[in-house]
Design a protein around this ligand. Structure first.
Ligand code: RIB
Length: 325
């Protein structure tokens, strides 16, 4: 592991060349900007429309690569132009893509995103080829997973594929990070294979049945994860910050205060940047959270998913950011 000083003024250090394997989704995001979200039965006009590269898995991989991680991706696209576009987008980031398979039975995944003027979004995801990722596809990419420091997965690809990936990871001393998004019922086997869990508030609530209303409920939520054998957890709270549990210590960190234009991929940026900057010994857990919070504070200030994910120099240069409650 190499630690590198990035500027003379900024004496913080960044971790270089963590190996991160992401198992997950690739989507083409079509974003429609609206003044207000339509109610059921209502038609509203969009102010703007754009199509960009997205998908929770792909976004997390891009965030990791832009934060200095040697990143590989395991996933599936359709045999279409969008699939080619997604693979090319990943390769441009220097991401290793031999683990991306082409599915003949379904097209590349798609997300329809509605974005309002307060920067809030509503997303509908059509899984397409992502839903066809199998344990055998993951096995074919075993070398990328077993050579990694961290294996990262979400819920936009089948949990059977994630279980296979996390089994390979655990057998080879690779730390596993699960982002249970979008919220879904968790296959119990996955619990025993997860080292670090990173849900948002609603995903945490769906998993634990504990509504997050205050610090006490956050404490109870991370205690529940710990009772399932997941000692390290981070609950992301959007503009309210994050709450983490690490080595028996829990704490809430406020978010950096910024004006959000589009929160799409903010959580993905957090996870990718965190995996890129966390030492395999986990000893810099809180520093890596701080770095990841800065990264997502930059993402929300721009439109779109992957286009808005910052690079390591942009994150380390963001010294003007201040926390606020
Ligand atoms: O987390 C944001 C992502 O969720 C978008 O890029 C979209 O593709 C959906 O998967």
């Amino acid at each position: 592991m190499i630690w590198k000083q990035i500027t003379e003024k900024n004496l913080e250090m960044v971790v270089e060349m963590n190996k991160v394997a992401v198992i997950g989704s690739l989507n083409i995001d079509t974003t429609l900007e609206v003044v207000n979200f339509p109610h059921p039965g209502q038609t509203v006009k969009a102010i703007n429309k754009s199509s960009t590269a997205g998908g929770k898995g792909a976004n997390q991989a891009v965030a990791a690569a832009r934060s200095q991680a040697q990143t590989s991706f395991i996933g599936k696209v359709g045999a279409d132009q969008q699939g080619k576009f997604m693979i090319a987008a990943m390769q441009e980031e220097g991401i290793e893509t031999s683990g991306i398979k082409v599915e003949q039975e379904a097209g590349t995944g798609t997300a329809a995103i509605m974005l309002d003027q307060r920067g809030q979004n509503s997303i509908i995801v059509y899984g397409g080829a992502n839903s066809y990722l199998t344990a055998a596809d993951v096995q074919a990419a075993a070398p990328q997973i077993t050579a990694a420091d961290f294996a990262v997965a979400q819920f936009e690809t089948p949990q059977a594929a994630t279980i296979e990936a996390f089994k390979l990871a655990k057998q080879n001393g690779v730390t596993t990070i699960l982002n249970p998004a979008p919220a879904a019922k968790l296959v119990p086997e996955l619990l025993g294979l997860t080292d670090i869990i990173i849900p948002n508030e609603s995903e945490s609530q769906q998993l634990t049945d504990i509504a997050i209303t205050d610090l006490a409920s956050l404490e109870r939520s991370v205690a529940k994860f710990a009772s399932w054998g997941i000692a390290c957890s981070i609950i992301t709270l959007g503009e309210k910050g994050v709450f983490y549990s690490f080595k028996g210590k829990t704490a809430k960190l406020d978010a950096f205060k910024v004006k959000a234009v589009d929160t799409t991929a903010a959580g993905d940026t957090f996870i990718g940047a965190f995996a890129a900057q966390l030492l395999p010994s986990l000893e810099n857990f809180v520093t890596a959270i701080d770095y990841a919070q800065k990264a997502s504070a930059l993402t929300v200030q721009h439109l779109g998913a992957q286009v808005s994910i910052p690079t390591v120099s942009e994150i380390m240069g963001s010294i003007q950011l201040r926390r606020g409650s």
